[in-house]
Design a protein around this ligand. Structure first.
Ligand code: SF4
Length: 328
């Protein structure tokens, strides 16, 4: 049995708007073993980024975690004070986002920004911090680190800016890195380099990573375990081989069918019809029923639970439940 770093149990995060309550993350349980890369995949609006922000305590008003626990090495982050949470964020858990320009200060040199990130958390001198920044710049593949240290964000390419963000996330040697669509804004060649870098950093440092992506191709290439989210809930979870070789949920199958396979290019790309439902007005039954070609009568009225179909493989669908019941 693998040792867990992060264990999120029955997490629920809602936005309390004037129009009503939006359950952005609803009863989500996710486990991240030490040293592993765990992916969360789904369309935009499925709750994957909100799940990450709940861990980091970055949900903006009027959103907040309302139920559940987030255990990091056994310590429940939901029970910590704001000050303690800030300490965890940066020292033990760090996050990188899709667009580094929104996270970097445009008028401060990148070296100084990363140096300050260390000095907030560690008692070291400016010159020691500078040395550590240069070391991490080298570690994340930034060439001519002394020269880049003196650059402003706009003087760097998109790929280099993302490497600076990864350096900032790595500088305090976190146990967990949360990467929220880290390569979406980059072109394909740079994307491959950044993904390779994240994987290498996990392999060499023993850090775990929670990778959030809408792209199943990225998830397949990177992750050990995968959680597929839809309308705020996990609809399928399993190890990466099981999930890609034996997908069970109609939504996972739809996502897989929409990946372009170069060796087997279809005449038309497959898509999942319809859109993600409004979380404030979810259907009475299965949240996917309006888009599901396999929907049955009971799907309109009842909400499926998560059924275990194999070791660590869980699916939220009545088809699976009925098939499992028929086998018993
Ligand atoms: Fe489709 Fe019904 Fe399964 Fe939902 S429970 S995914 S509607 S078959």
């Amino acid at each position: 049995m693998e040792e867990l770093l992060l264990e999120m149990n029955h997490l629920k995060s809602c936005f309390f708007t004037r129009k009503g309550v939006v359950p952005a993350v609803d009863d989500v349980s996710i486990q991240v073993p030490k040293g592993k890369i765990v992916g969360i995949v789904g369309e935009s609006g499925c709750g994957k980024s909100m799940t990450a922000k709940s861990i980091m305590d970055l949900l903006k008003y009027p959103g907040r975690v309302v139920e559940g626990e987030i255990l990091l090495d056994g310590k429940d982050l939901t029970k910590l004070s704001a000050r303690e949470r800030r300490k965890v964020r940066g020292e033990e858990v760090s996050m990188i986002f899709q667009e580094p320009m929104t996270s970097l200060n445009p008028v401060v040199k990148v070296g100084k920004q990363v140096r300050e990130a260390i000095m907030i958390h560690q008692k070291i001198t400016k010159s020691e911090a500078r040395e550590r920044v240069l070391e991490v710049f080298r570690q994340v593949g930034i060439s001519e680190p002394e020269k880049r240290y003196e650059c402003y964000p706009h003087e760097l390419s998109g790929g280099l800016r993302q490497r600076v963000m990864i350096a900032m996330a790595m500088v305090c040697r976190p146990k967990l890195m949360i990467a929220d669509e880290p390569t979406t804004a980059l072109d394909v060649t740079i994307e491959a380099q950044i993904l390779k870098l994240i994987k290498e950093l996990c392999d060499t440092t023993g850090m775990s990573c929670l990778l959030i992506s809408h792209n199943l191709g990225v998830i397949a290439q990177m992750c050990d375990y995968v959680y597929v989210m839809y309308a705020g809930k996990v609809v399928e979870q399993g190890d990466v081989y099981t999930l890609f070789d034996h997908p069970e949920h109609p939504y996972t199958r739809g996502l897989l069918a929409s990946i372009i396979r170069l060796e087997n290019l279809p005449e038309r790309l497959s898509t999942i019809p319809g859109v993600v439902p409004n979380l404030m007005h979810l259907p009475e039954g299965c949240a996917f029923c309006r888009r599901c070609a396999a929907a049955m009568e009971r799907c309109q009225k009842e909400r499926p639970g998560l059924y275990e179909v194999g070791e660590g493989h869980h699916v939220r669908c009545f088809l699976t439940e009925e098939r499992e019941a028929a086998h018993e």
